[in-house]
Design a protein around this ligand. Sequence first.
Ligand code: GRF
Length: 224
Amino acid sequence: MGKINRLKLAVLVSGSGSNLQAIIDACAGADYPAEIVLVFSNQPDAKGLERAGNAGIEAKSLAHKGYPGGREAYDHAVSELIAQSGADLVVLAGYLRLVSESFVKRWQGRLINIHPSLLPSFKGLHAHEQTIAAGVKYSGCTVHFVVPEMDAGPIIAQAVVPVLADDDAHSLGQRILRQEHQIYPQVIRWIAEDRVVVGNDGRVAVRGSQSPDFAQINPVNPQG
Ligand code: GRF
């Protein structure tokens, strides 16, 4: 059996790294077409770095605080680390830092992010709080290509979850995270299989995929 040629990933994290873990677990599958060549964090104590270490993956960090030369210089250094790793795709997985325009330009088309809302709703920080405050009945998560504008860029996939009447930001966030852990490895697989096509209109098609054709209502009344 020939060895598959795997897409090389650099995964950038700032915190817990549960999405990183989902990707690590997916990469352990014999037929998964991607592998992580670098985990990077701007927080030297990020749990994600530990997860990388446990999996025997190269982990690097560079504290952004007090970095000489500011954001541009910092992002340039990060770009260089990514380039040295030989990564084909840069995966932002809870990387809680705005990346500079030159960073985005360097990796554009090879840079993806996951956000815990149904974009374009509830961009930026505190997406769950924003969602609950708005009173919407559904939320979810979005995987998208990164462009210079924050939480914008061509949308590759979304997963939807209901917002329950007694949800707080934590319970909603946990429900959404479970979906994040499904769709992020799935999208990376599609990219590795070269099935993701961005149209001139910015809409993304995934070759060979299907979209569900059904509706759901939240809330439901069991009595009719
Ligand atoms: C996730 O909710 C993700 O959507 C957002 O940051 C969070 C990261 O969680 N961008 P984790 O570090 O992967 O557990």
